[in-house]
Design a protein around this ligand. Structure first.
Ligand code: 0GY
Length: 306
């Protein structure tokens, strides 16, 4: 089937630069997606946007170009709970990818087991209203209990102003919980202001909560261009990401978010996104934890005894 992209859709960068920052060996891009291709894996009828295609081959080419060894491929909302494109990418990558699925509460045990064999290690609960329709709390808790038995975790995506309302649900989840994009702080507000402090408190009080210090291109107000020479791109995101990495060095992950759904202002050069990493993880030890040790612990724990 042919799909028409959402008006104003920005396609991913076709010729990203080679990063100057050399990723440590074994680095994992722990947040990325595949879209379709639409003619092979059609987009879901309930989707809120129609993207360009972004195939597994294109994702793997980016992985190799940037210097990552592995990917964690997160089911994108444009595919709803039809996980075929993500699963196909995981299967093709073999041990070089893990997946995060979207499932409905009536999924069978057999289907869950098949997802596990394909490399899925978690589900994503999305609370961003422009992306998904509401799912009742009871259904989410039912899914959570079932996937906990597989040793999976839950990825949550929400915006900072919704954290107070969602707090009780999040703290009732029985698994490790991974928060996308630092809980989407408003980086126009102070890093030590009440909104981000609440997120820090959430992580301080719950040792099972991790977060991705990803998506400066989505969070930034100052944008991709250097103006004062102090920091390069996305400098307003730096204090937030540094704070997370330095406070919780063993519970942070990083990902490109390729192919960057729904960006409106600009499409990042993924090479420059990698060059952002040493501004937020400022020592080789922190970089190794962020990019190698932590994702390995969560997604390839069987290797940790090496
Ligand atoms: C992201 C961010 C977004 C979209 C999705 O699954 C998705 O559609 O995650 C967004 O629009 O903020 O993490 O890719």
């Amino acid at each position: 089937m042919n799909f028409t992209k959402t008006p104003g859709w920005l396609d991913w960068c076709a010729n990203p630069s080679k990063p100057q920052f050399k990723l440590p060996k074994g680095s994992v891009d722990a947040h990325c997606h595949v879209f379709g291709p639409g003619h092979e894996f059609g987009f879901a009828p309930e989707r809120k946007y129609t993207p360009c295609d972004a195939s597994k081959e294109q994702l793997f080419a980016l992985r190799d170009h940037l210097g990552f060894e592995r990917n964690v491929i997160v089911q994108a909302t444009c595919h709803g709970a039809d996980n075929r494109a993500m699963v196909d990418a995981c299967q093709s990558a073999g041990d070089r990818a893990r997946g995060i699925a979207t499932v409905r509460h009536d999924i069978s045990e057999q289907e869950l087991r098949e997802l596990h064999v394909a490399g899925v290690r978690g589900v994503r609960f999305n609370f961003v209203k422009r992306l998904v329709d509401f799912t009742p709390k009871e259904e989410l808790l039912e899914i959570a209990d079932r996937i906990a038995q597989l040793g999976w975790h839950i990825v949550i995506y929400f915006e900072a102003h919704d954290l107070p309302e969602l707090w009780d649900l999040f703290t009732a989840l029985p698994t490790t919980v991974v928060v996308d994009h630092m809980g989407r702080p408003d980086v126009g507000r102070p890093v030590d202001g009440p909104e981000f402090e609440l997120f820090l408190k959430f992580m301080h009080e719950h040792s099972s909560v991790w977060c991705k210090v990803s998506c400066p291109e989505r969070l930034s107000i100052s944008g991709p261009f250097a103006t004062d020479g102090e920091h390069e791109a996305y400098r307003d995101v730096v204090p937030f990401a540094r704070r997370m990495i330095e406070t919780f060095p063993d519970r942070v992950l990083w990902g490109t978010d390729w192919p960057h759904p729904n960006l409106k202002s600009h499409m990042p050069d993924d090479g420059l996104l990698v060059d952002f990493i040493p501004h937020i993880a400022v020592t080789p030890e922190l970089q190794n934890q962020l990019l190698v040790v932590n994702p390995r612990r969560l997604y390839w724990p069987e290797e940790m005894g090496d």
